[in-house]
Ligand binder design. Structure first.
Ligand SMILES: [Zn+2]
Length: 427
């Protein structure tokens, strides 16, 4: 157990201490005013003055309540900037305040998302711009652990797990051409107008059963999971109104229903709430019920389609609908650590000033980010992932990636990207 000696008492501090010492380091902790009690245990002093070998200074953020202050954010970020530039030691930061700032997504309440979909982007994030592709929270926890070990050599730190890469997948469109009914006529028209005869030819061959549907990659995915001993969490888009954004097969399509039932036997399924459900929340209930019926079990995990996440509304709505795991926390425009960590953590509702039962599983890498937003080729993507892997091993920080069944189609724009998927699966 680690003693935290401080006269600060706040729900924010409790939240951070629970995350760091109970969930990540697994040491447990005791928050106390006295330095005399259990004097043999490692101690960290957290206050305005420093008095122990291990002391962190405190800024406003952990003591504030309810209101968000630009100034509190600036103080933390300026200090962190100085640390990055080598002008300040890590322990001169408000370490617990910084971790709270990252996990609570404080900055996302002060900066409104501004991409085409109204999403908060990596480019807007002060944290990401300063830290680049760096897990700020995991690094601070690592430094803290090293300092405890150095200062208290006889204290036995619990072993931390060696994390592997976690595989997740979104299925927006189960087949490229099959079972799409009238929508294939529109696709034919579009292919003719754009003189895309290759697509027309491929579509024709699939529809007369001379060729497999290019998005039907499930056997390959299952094989990859089995070969690498990985479980995969798969998120299904199940909108009952089909548009160019919610482009799943209609949930009443018999072949689609059979596919979802089959996938439920092999994968851990979650809901992929449609764009429509973000416009009108009653559809979220409908989509979850549909998936529960098909999978034959209750659904409690979710990832937003198009990563459409608005704080605090989206998370409050998910909680109301019985979801207790969300996998949306990451960026579309860059790989990296939106909340500064690869670890899962409970969502803290800043406006209500309380910890919620919703656990956030952040992701760091997405197929479309690498290829479409960062314009990398598959070799460059593997290089980047390798660097991330080394960093994750150093900080014992888990990495989660998102792939799509459609980006395993080797016949089109994703040609050559299976090697990236396989590399991630082996990691
Ligand atoms: Zn999607």
């Amino acid at each position: 157990m680690i003693r935290i000696i401080s006269d600060i008492r706040s729900p924010r501090l409790d939240y951070v201490l629970d995350f760091v010492f109970n969930q990540v380091l697994n040491t447990g902790y005791k928050l106390t005013l006295e330095n005399q009690e259990d004097a043999a245990l490692p101690a960290i002093f957290y206050g305005k003055t420093t008095c122990l070998p291990l002391s962190f200074s405190v800024s406003q953020i952990v003591e504030e309540q309810g209101v968000l202050h630009q100034k509190s954010m600036d103080v933390l970020l300026n200090a962190y900037q100085e640390y990055r530039l080598g002008h300040r030691a890590w322990w001169q930061l408000d370490v617990f305040g910084m971790i709270f700032y990252c996990l609570s997504r404080y900055e996302e309440y002060l900066i409104k998302g501004n991409d085409h979909w109204g999403r908060f982007t990596a480019r807007q994030s002060h944290l990401v711009q300063m830290a680049k592709n760096h897990p700020v929270v995991d690094e601070l926890i690592f430094l803290m652990k090293e300092a405890i070990v150095k200062q208290y050599p006889s204290y036995k730190m619990p072993e931390q797990k060696n994390y592997t890469f976690q595989a997740t997948m979104d299925i927006d469109q189960a087949w490229a051409y099959k079972y799409r009914g009238m929508r294939n006529i529109l696709s034919v028209g579009k292919a003719i107008l754009t003189l895309d005869f290759k697509r027309l030819h491929s579509m024709w061959k699939v529809l007369i059963d001379k060729q497999d549907d290019p998005f039907y990659t499930y056997e390959y995915i299952e094989h990859q999971c089995q070969m690498n001993g990985k479980n995969m969490k798969v998120f299904m888009l199940l909108s009952s109104k089909l548009t160019s954004i919610d482009r799943n097969h209609h949930p009443s399509t018999p072949e689609f229903r059979a596919l979802v039932q089959e996938l439920a036997r092999f994968f851990e399924l979650g809901i992929h709430p449609s764009f429509r459900s973000t416009q009108d929340i009653c559809y979220l209930k409908e989509e979850i019920s549909e998936l529960e019926q098909l999978a034959g079990k209750s659904v409690h995990r979710s990832r937003q389609h198009f990563l459409l996440l608005r704080l605090p509304q989206t998370y409050r709505q998910l909680i109301q609908h019985g979801i207790d795991e969300d996998y949306t926390m990451g960026f579309a425009d860059e790989i990296g650590y939106r909340a500064g960590t690869g670890h899962s953590f409970y969502w803290y509702d800043l406006e209500k000033e309380q910890v919620t039962p919703l656990k956030i599983f952040p992701f760091q890498i997405m197929d479309a980010t690498l290829k479409n937003y960062m314009n990398l080729n598959s070799d460059e993507a593997i290089q980047l992932i390798t660097a991330m892997k080394q960093q994750s091993e150093l900080y014992h920080s888990p990495v989660t990636f998102i792939w799509h069944n459609s980006s395993l189609d080797e016949s089109g724009e994703w040609k050559g990207w299976r090697q990236v998927f396989e590399y991630l699966m082996r990691s």
